[in-house]
Unconditional design. Structure first.
Length: 346
């Protein structure tokens, strides 16, 4: 079943809604944990055969309609010389506390060479995946990468990253990042990715004026350049904790899909934006921790409410509002995907 076209048709004439989850290959999954027993996280990401094996696990066991490359969005910061390690979470040796810190960054390798591991992993996945399963690559959006580069994360008030919007660090960082990020996207497509997800998990931490004035222009610069290289490859832009005015402000013809979190009303977004974008999301991942009987009831109610709204369901990709959470019961993931495939038809 294709995410973007060629959706599965059933004997009753109905069409199935496709589904995939962010972080569908990860810590909750026993398949991942078994591989991790003999390989650390960086090794799993940077060894193409291991990245393929981790990515394939949820496809083979849970039957998602898309596979997303197993990798990490922070690798551009390693390539820029900030010293990335995982212990077990991401740690940077350096942080961008001054404009001089940005200006004196020393890159570790040429981008095409550095990201070759992602290209090779995508190529292996294209050989392994069923033809009907879409292959997605992904990168971090500039603002989200910047918050990590300055502060080591994107929780809290982000005081220092926000001050960097006014002391030159943000603009200088984006200038340094641009070729790097574009080449990372390019390498994934050269390996066979049919779409690139641009994840902006820190987007909602910005005030609306900062988002429109400072953040969006950098996103549009990247999406325009990427589409010039790969006009047929889809771009999925996901922003967390934003509200509908942020989505209204995007106005980017180079973005094909908007990912939304559970704070957004799915029906409103489909009605408002489906002429310009497909919509992806937005079931709350916390609900996957419910006992199956209650989770099944939530899914059934959700689908019933969706059906009552006369929505353009051909423009919807079903998914979570963010990634699968650690310790999510595997059987709930399996049963949720199964339930969606059996019932979410229009």
């Amino acid at each position: 079943m294709g995410l973007f076209n060629d959706r599965k048709k059933y004997e009753d004439g109905k069409t199935g809604v496709p589904v995939w989850f962010m972080r569908q290959a990860g810590r909750y999954h026993d398949h991942y944990q078994q591989i991790k027993k003999t390989s650390h996280f960086m090794q799993m990401c940077k060894t193409p055969t291991l990245a393929r094996d981790v990515t394939m696990g949820p496809i083979e066991e849970f039957h998602f309609d898309a596979a997303i490359l197993f990798s990490d969005l922070l690798f551009p910061l390693e390539q820029m010389g900030l010293g990335l390690t995982y212990a077990p979470g991401p740690k940077l040796e350096k942080h961008l506390k001054t404009l001089k810190d940005v200006e004196t960054l020393e890159f570790t390798a040429q981008p095409a060479q550095f990201y070759s591991f992602q290209r090779e992993a995508c190529a292996l996945l294209k050989e392994s995946l069923p033809k009907e399963v879409s292959l997605l690559g992904f990168v971090g959006a500039p603002w989200t990468l910047y918050t990590y580069a300055v502060e080591g994360g994107h929780s809290g008030n982000l005081i220092d990253p926000k001050l960097g919007l006014y002391d030159g660090r943000w603009e200088a960082f984006c200038d340094k990042l641009y070729d790097n990020l574009l080449e990372e996207m390019n390498q994934q497509v050269l390996g066979g990715a049919q779409a690139i997800c641009l994840f902006d998990t820190a987007a909602g931490e910005c005030a609306f004026n900062e988002y429109t004035k400072d953040i969006l222009p950098q996103i549009k610069k990247i999406t325009k350049a990427f589409k010039a290289l790969h006009p047929e490859t889809k771009i999925i832009y996901y922003s967390k904790s934003t509200h509908i005015h942020y989505l209204e402000a995007i106005e980017d013809k180079n973005i094909d899909v908007l990912g939304i979190d559970w704070r957004m009303d799915l029906g409103t977004c489909l009605k408002k934006f489906s002429d310009d974008y497909m919509i992806q999301g937005n079931f709350d991942p916390a609900l996957l921790h419910l006992p199956w009987e209650k989770l099944e009831a939530k899914l059934s109610t959700w689908w019933s409410e969706i059906q009552q709204q006369d929505l353009p369901l051909e423009r919807w990709i079903c998914g979570l509002g963010h990634g699968v959470l650690q310790k999510t019961p595997e059987q709930n993931v399996f049963k949720t995907v199964e339930f969606i495939h059996k019932n979410f038809r229009y």
